[in-house]
Design a protein around this ligand. Structure first.
Ligand code: 0K2
Ligand code: SF4
Length: 329
């Protein structure tokens, strides 16, 4: 006989949950990298040291959840140093800034802290060195991205040409006797960048390469992890912001590896219909997306399906970066 009322505590999952099974493949590494950890810690430590408000130029990293948490602690986010009141410290985001930005802050007598990832700063120093050695730089990156704007702002105007695609290489217009070097944004597609570099080398065999790859370890490890799971997945969810270059690249990698890819900012973005007909779901998170959001998404998926999960680890990451000396304890 059927019970007159539904049980007050129905099983959330399990064989009797009645939910269809779903295999969940979770990519690792995923989520926060060392540069993001450091940038967020800089804002938190600055709030402790100076007290609120502390101003931050641009989203410290491209993640609304991170930014909202820091706002709640007293950080104020602006797009220009001009918006920072006198006497209040300002922090520059992980993506880096043109040289003119700290110069303006100094000229105004503002105290400033630089949360630029050391791996982005390394590209800045290489750009300066290539210019000092008399070379013109071919810079592989995405127009309008703050990291690209910051790196272009390390050298005098007219010394760097932006290359976004293989087609752009054919259109490069620099005097034949000008020595060339190439550099790149840290958060690009490993495969697209390799194709662009091949095209540059084919046209300019004498071009000077960076000492070490500019695409950072976190970007390439997260792409490698998605490549490993995507062929087994019907859909890969990427937790990240549409502004986040490294996260957008993970969606592309999933799609090129034979799955579908979908970016979500948090669990509430999941349309249950996406899961309706699938057997295997992949999950990863961009370098600016906290693990808290990964856990939230897993919990939501478990509300919808009977989940059997497996984490696939393709690399170990142990790298950490020191804080700026003003904040070192
Ligand atoms: O991937 P993006 O450069 O757009 O930046 P985020 O999503 O904020 O990730 C942190 C990386 C910052 C610098 O590389
Ligand atoms: Fe640094 Fe790479 Fe993280 Fe960007 S994605 S903050 S370059 S470690």
């Amino acid at each position: 006989m059927n019970a007159p009322f539904p049980s007050p505590n129905p099983p959330a999952s399990g064989p009797s949950s009645g939910k269809p099974p779903l295999r969940l493949l979770i990519a690792a590494p995923r989520g926060f990298c060392a540069g993001v950890d450091r940038a967020i810690e800089i804002v938190e430590r600055a709030l402790e040291l100076y007290g609120a408000p502390v101003y931050v130029r641009h989203e410290i990293v491209h993640n609304k959840f991170v930014v909202d948490n820091l706002k709640a602690k007293g950080a104020v986010f602006v797009e220009s140093v001009d918006q920072v009141p006198d006497g209040v410290p300002v922090i520059f985001s992980a993506h880096g800034v043109p040289k003119a930005v700290p110069a303006k802050a100094t000229a105004r007598g503002l105290e400033w802290l630089d949360a630029t990832c050391p791996l982005v700063s390394k590209v800045h120093r290489q750009a300066e060195r290539q210019i000092a050695d008399g070379r013109h730089i071919l810079f592989i990156g995405h127009a309008g991205h703050p990291e690209v704007i910051g790196t272009f702002g390390q050298v005098p105007e007219g010394n760097m040409t932006l290359i976004e695609t293989v087609e752009d290489v054919a259109a490069i217009d620099v005097p034949a006797d000008r020595e060339l070097a190439y550099l790149s944004q840290t958060t690009l597609s490993v495969d697209d960048t390799a194709a662009i570099i091949d095209a540059i080398l084919a046209r300019f065999p004498a071009v000077v390469a960076p000492k070490q790859e500019d695409i950072c370890y976190a970007t390439s490890n997260r792409q490698g992890a998605v490549k490993q799971i995507a062929p087994d997945c019907d859909l890969v969810l990427v937790i990240g912001s549409p502004k986040s270059s490294n996260s957008l690249r993970l969606v592309e990698v999933a799609e090129r590896a034979g799955s579908r890819g979908q970016m979500i900012q948090r669990a509430t973005d999941i349309d249950p219909q996406w899961l309706a007909d699938i057997a295997t779901l992949g999950l990863t998170a961009g370098a600016s997306a906290p693990e808290e959001l990964v856990n939230e998404v897993i919990a939501r998926i478990k509300e919808l399906r009977e989940v059997e999960s497996e984490e696939r680890v393709t690399a170990e990451e142990k790298i950490t970066f020191k804080l700026p000396r003003q904040l070192a304890r």
